[in-house]
Design a protein around this ligand. Structure first.
Ligand SMILES: [Zn+2]
Length: 246
């Protein structure tokens, strides 16, 4: 293919724009905050999974405390009733009275046992509540950090998008007046390998960074200046400049 050497030089500017566009798109897809957020979310899930057990334990203990309170209350009600019977002088038979007083002593023991049990579950509930609250605090810290990173990511993405929009706007004027066949070839190579054209600089291909074979170099040296040269190794259009080392 033949192309005006000046158009070939302009192709280097276009390649630079396209490289920058690729780079910015890659940046957008790989924002550092996204990786950090993903890592934090994994950590957060681990903590949350552990917290579930403690929350269940806390809720079970709250139910146990309520039941213990009810049990103590029921026995106390019974005691008050029996005591009232004695106080009202309803029990006159000494044997009945003796039996009733023994019963009251029994009830008191029972109340003591139930109160000890109640106290024990209350202490357990207190510990479980503190443990669950500790996990909730950790989760809150994770959420705050994730929110912070999400905001930072939004800001960074906006910066990259702004630059992307600006450089994409530059591309239009850059390709204006370029030969259609040269651009078609350039675009085809670019779609295949990411780079469409590069400078032949100091006998090295700017696309693949390999030194150009001496035989190929001598062919390039004798080729007319409007000949479109492609590197045999990687296929990119190699643009000759004063720095090519020919
Ligand atoms: Zn190459």
């Amino acid at each position: 293919m033949k192309a005006d050497p000046f158009a070939q030089l302009k192709l280097l500017d276009i390649a630079e724009i396209d490289a920058r566009i690729l780079q910015l798109r890659h940046q957008l897809k790989n924002l550092p905050e996204s990786k950090q957020i993903a890592e934090l979310q994994i950590e957060r899930k681990k903590v949350d999974d552990t917290a579930i057990d403690f929350r269940i334990q806390r809720d079970d203990l709250a139910v146990a405390v309520a039941k213990a309170e009810k049990d103590v209350e029921a026995v106390r009600v019974r005691r008050t009733k029996e005591q009232a019977r004695i106080d009202a002088g309803q029990v006159t038979n000494p044997k009945d009275l003796e039996r009733l007083q023994a019963e009251l002593a029994n009830i008191d023991r029972r109340i003591g046992v139930l109160e000890d049990e109640e106290l024990e579950v209350m202490e357990q509930l207190d510990e479980a509540t503190k443990a669950a609250a500790g996990f909730d605090l950790k989760i809150d810290e994770f959420d705050a950090r994730i929110q912070e990173l999400t905001n930072a990511r939004t800001e960074r993405a906006a910066d990259v998008e702004r630059e992307l929009a600006s450089i994409t706007a530059d591309r239009g004027p850059a390709i204006e007046g370029m030969p259609a066949d040269l651009m078609a070839l350039y675009d085809r190579i670019r779609e295949q390998s990411g780079i469409g054209a590069a400078e032949l600089r100091a006998k090295q291909c700017g696309g693949c960074r390999l030194s150009v074979e001496p035989a190929e170099l001598s062919r390039i040296r004798t080729a007319p200046s409007d000949e479109v040269i492609r590197h045999e190794e990687c296929g990119v259009i190699m643009v000759r400049t004063a720095e090519s080392g020919l």
